[in-house]
Design a protein around this ligand. Structure first.
Ligand code: SF4
Length: 242
């Protein structure tokens, strides 16, 4: 595993739990709005200080009485082959595990669910999935535009189904970005993942984004996100703006 950061305490990332967050380096997406450049762009990953697995477990062993959970985030954690073994070690110390994923690796998700290694999962839905084409391949130029990379939408769709049927507590979430998403896009996403338990809309934060042009974009007003949330709430048990 390659780690690019550790947040020693979070009260908000793992619902209802006191947790820490470990950041995995490397991602197969290049979301324009992503503010974790140092975990995504190869040159920045190289320059950014790393955390060794030994140091992380030393920290975790010392926090057994204080923390309840570990959030494993990225980058994209499911790209790292050692992820199941890494999580097993965390669980052996008695911690619950939350995983953040972009949903591009359903094979890894299947394995993690099968081995009961996940206690909570959050999956990003970056854009509408689109409709089935004649060659039975799922296509969405929109998705690729938002994530800045070639992707296999069938894998994203498979991950959505795996997460919904995993029996593990979960959420889907979308970062809503002016210039990338319209109200109609979010309504379409809501239709596509409807009957999901929880769906969160996250407002874009113009920080040090992967695409520097986006750092200058003003987020949508909170009222606009609340208006969308009102329109899509009937599709979900819980739907909120973060
Ligand atoms: S926001 Fe996109 S580019 Fe950034 S870590 Fe997540 S999936 Fe990767």
């Amino acid at each position: 595993m390659i780690f690019g950061g550790l947040q020693k305490l979070t009260l908000i990332d793992f619902p209802g739990k006191l947790a820490c967050t470990i950041f995995c380096a490397g991602c197969n997406f290049r979301c324009h709005f992503c503010y974790n450049r140092e975990l995504v762009l190869a040159e920045e990953i190289k320059r950014h200080p790393k955390i060794s697995e030994d140091d992380f477990f030393e920290f975790l062993s010392e926090k057994r009485k204080l923390l309840e959970g570990v959030c494993v985030t990225g980058g994209e954690p499911t790209l790292q082959k050692d992820l199941p073994d890494f999580i097993k070690k965390i669980k052996k110390l008695g911690f619950l595990v939350k995983l953040d994923t972009n949903g591009s690796n359903p094979g890894m998700l299947e394995k993690l669910f099968r081995e009961k290694l996940i206690d909570y999962i959050a999956m990003d839905i970056k854009a509408p999935l689109g409709v089935k084409s004649k060659i039975s391949n799922l296509k969405s130029k929109k998705y690729e535009k938002v994530v800045g990379a070639k992707i296999n939408l069938n894998k994203i769709k498979k991950s959505i189904e795996l997460v919904k049927n995993s029996g593990v507590d979960y959420e889907f979430r979308t970062t809503v970005v002016p210039v990338l998403h319209t109200k109609e896009d979010i309504i379409q996403i809501a239709r596509e993942i409807s009957s999901a338990k929880k769906y969160f809309l996250q407002n874009f934060r113009p920080k040090k984004t992967v695409d520097p042009k986006l750092a200058k974009i003003k987020p949508y007003p909170q009222e606009f996100l609340l208006e969308i949330q009102k329109a899509i709430s009937p599709f979900f048990e819980i739907c909120q703006v973060r």
